[in-house]
Design a protein around this ligand. Structure first.
Ligand code: ZN
Ligand code: ZN
Length: 272
């Protein structure tokens, strides 16, 4: 009997898919904020990845606690930060329960500019670290591909590749793991990043709303970028309350859809 090639897969859960205010917006009674479609309720963007037995988060926004409870997240080996805006980092202190049974520090990876800001914003975690009960986080400023190893004593490892994107004028990172890439908060991609985004099974991409915005792709801009990258499937995230899921999703081209909170999918981790 010939042994079939074992194609390892990674599993992605989109924890949140909304813009910085979340949807519904506090005090708003527009049709999207009042929508009864659960896909129109969007918590702040974050993503959980399971691959090679490891559990990895991208960003810890202000809704992280509720998202982790909702999805039953139990394992965490590393956090990848895309940039330092509040809607992507404010839940960092809620990483504490991951130390209740496992005191090993959690490595956090970030672009150098974001690492500097995180260090300042959360100095009680990163600078002194002596107060009992603070999360034990090791912050790494990364400028190229790196490897994550297990916090749980097994031999699991995983290669992660930062992908540079521009968020208005702010350089920040998306991340590629295997045939999956996650690009939030982007308004432009350098040429070198397009080269790193070939042969994707799934691309997750920022698409704020129909109208243009200085620091996020609009839906039409995101469609252009998604077509150029050519992933087998693209999901849009970071939508505002201008976007009614059923209406906008219905007009998107084949292979491109709006994401929603809790959406799960799998991708190839390796090619062979
Ligand atoms: Zn941002
Ligand atoms: Zn954002």
């Amino acid at each position: 009997m010939s042994r079939s090639t074992d194609t390892a897969t990674l599993r992605v859960t989109l924890l949140g898919t909304g813009t910085s205010t979340g949807v519904p917006v506090i005090g708003c009674s527009c049709r999207v904020c009042r929508s009864s479609d659960p896909r129109d309720r969007r918590t702040r963007c974050a993503c959980y990845i399971e691959a090679n037995g490891l559990g990895i988060l991208i960003d810890t926004g202000p809704d992280f606690r509720q998202q982790a409870l909702r999805e039953g997240i139990r394992r965490l080996d590393a956090v990848l930060y895309t940039h330092h805006h509040f809607d992507h980092v404010a839940g960092i202190d809620d990483l504490r329960p991951f130390f209740f049974e496992n005191s090993r520090p959690i490595p956090c990876y970030a672009p150098p500019n974001t690492a500097r800001v995180l260090y300042r914003m959360f100095s009680y975690i990163f600078a002194d670290g002596t107060y009992p009960g603070v999360p034990r986080l090791h912050l790494h400023a990364v400028e190229g591909p790196f490897e994550i190893t297990s916090r749980y004593g097994d031999a699991a490892r995983l290669r992660v590749e930062p992908i540079e994107v521009l968020h208005g004028q702010l350089p920040m990172y998306g991340y590629r793991i295997g045939h999956f890439a996650y690009l939030t908060d982007a308004s432009q991609l350098p040429e070198s990043s397009y080269e790193r985004l070939q042969d994707l099974d799934v691309l997750v991409l920022d698409a704020l709303r129909e109208r243009p915005h200085p620091t996020h792709f609009s839906i039409d801009e995101a469609i252009q970028v998604a077509r150029r990258i050519g992933a087998r499937q693209t999901y849009f995230i970071h939508m505002t309350h201008d976007v009614l899921h059923a209406e906008v999703d219905a007009r998107l081209p084949e292979g491109i859809n709006l994401a929603y909170d809790g959406l799960q999918f799998t991708c190839r981790l390796t090619t062979s």
